[in-house]
Design a protein. Structure first.
Length: 155
């Protein structure tokens, strides 16, 4: 069965629970979910309100499945990259009930990352040009200062 978690697991997840939870089908409670992903219960409830997470309830208690953990990993990764929640929800909703939208997710991810890479490369080129100009100004100013100091010492 295709799972949403394949490439989403965060590297900075709590190592004490990472290995056990990554491949486990067990249900976990909110406290363990918070500990594993180092988020607050309020954060989980917020993502639930926004429709990003839909934990099951057993006797009124939220329990999180392997798929919920994978979704949270993707949410946190996307948030770290500055992706708005609306885009994250759109991406997650593409997955479908049984992974039927995985191809659409991959196409979406490729298009979004292509655009982001292009934008960041343009910014890097601007930064490199600005750095080169600043270095030139700095070097020219140092030479001019050294010359002025030398001229002043001669008088």
């Amino acid at each position: 069965m295709d799972t949403e978690q394949d490439d989403a697991w965060p590297e900075d997840m709590n190592p004490a629970t990472s290995a056990r939870l990554r491949d486990s089908d067990e249900l976990i409670g909110i406290a363990e979910m918070c500990d594993a992903f180092q988020v607050s219960p309020r954060t989980l409830r917020f993502y639930e309100e926004k429709g990003l997470l839909t934990p099951r309830r057993i006797n009124g208690t939220r329990v999180y499945s392997r798929q919920d953990r994978a979704r949270l990993a993707r949410i946190l990764r996307a948030k770290a990259l500055g992706t708005p929640l609306s885009e994250i929800k759109n991406y997650l909703d593409m997955y479908g009930q049984h992974g039927e939208g995985r191809i659409q997710q991959l196409i979406y991810a490729i298009e979004k990352t292509d655009a982001a890479i292009k934008e960041l490369e343009a910014k890097r080129a601007q930064i490199d040009a600005s750095l080169a100009e600043m270095r030139l100004i700095n070097e020219t100013s140092r030479k001019a200062l050294a010359k002025k100091r030398g001229d002043s010492a001669e008088h």
